[in-house]
Design a protein around this ligand. Sequence first.
Ligand code: KG4
Ligand code: ZN
Length: 343
Amino acid sequence: MNKPIISLAIETSCDETAVAVIKGRFEPLSGIVASQHDIHGKYGGIVPELACRRHAELIRPIVHDAIEKAGVSFSDLGFVSATRGPGLVGALLVGLSYAKGLAFGLNLPLVGVNHLDGHVAAVFIKQPDLPMPLLALLVSGGHTEIFLVQKIGQMKRLGGTRDDAAGEVFDKVAKFLDLGYPGGPPVEKMAAKGEAKYKVPVAMARSNTPDFSFSGPKTAVKHLVQKLKDEHGDNLPVSDICASFQKSVVDALEIKTRVAIEQSRPASIALAGGVACNGALRERITKLGEELGLPVAIPEPWLCSDNATMIGVAGANLYLDNPESAEWMDYMEMDAKPGWLPQ
Ligand code: KG4
Ligand code: ZN
């Protein structure tokens, strides 16, 4: 029997420099994620120029570390995968150019992966046999989308945010409250100690489309913080504000997931992307699956935030479904696609 093919994957679409080694379609041999939160934290958001420079410094040593941790050598690799988009164009170009050089030097195929296909692919690592089609709620710093997935790399967008992404709004609310960047983890921590006693609206709650809007709730929290500052000075009820905001986001995500399920009748549900680290959201989507009798898949938190393991699994499935495709060898002209959404 043929030995499973080994591949190396690179992810540099945003502020994580990540490399992974994958065996076959689903088995991670190593995965390294170097986050740049220390660099961007003081600016309250990502500074693209700084992100690119850091990726360029780190990519080579991290590739070598990932190979060593996997216990393999470069000559064991069968192909390379790299994120092609969506993301910050300069950041994408660092990873993609390095991947092209590596593939060329080793005479290997290169698979360009959509970052969102990657987030969804993470779901299959523990549960490769999930019943299809799968409804995927993908919630990250750059995206809030609902997809109907037929298989890895083949998914149709059913709806999504019309303005801000949910993670972006967690980051903004954290900024209003001086909780640091990225905002999701500290907002969740504060919310756990508070009570959702302030009304933060759920936008588009009554429209029968699986679309979201988070800019209204963001502005509502901004005004609420201002009003409470006028009343309480610096003695703000931060945990109650966080609990009220988080409830509004989780309510919106649940309401719209229900709409999408009614319209598309999937066989299973998945939650993916950085915001899927949020315990309240994980609990809500798990309960929804139980109520509707649908299996639910939610990756472990480290596979929800940006990483290269998910890119490697997506790349491996694309490659192994069609190993003879000329696309994988014809990569020198492959460009980064900063706004690339699956259809
Ligand atoms: O998927 P990801 O790592 O990067 C993108 O592709 O955007 O997502 C990052 C986003 C950030 O906005 C971060 O604040 C949010 O995920 N996030 C969370 C939590 N952990 C990370 N949001 C809510 N609750 C969390 N526990
Ligand atoms: Zn992401």
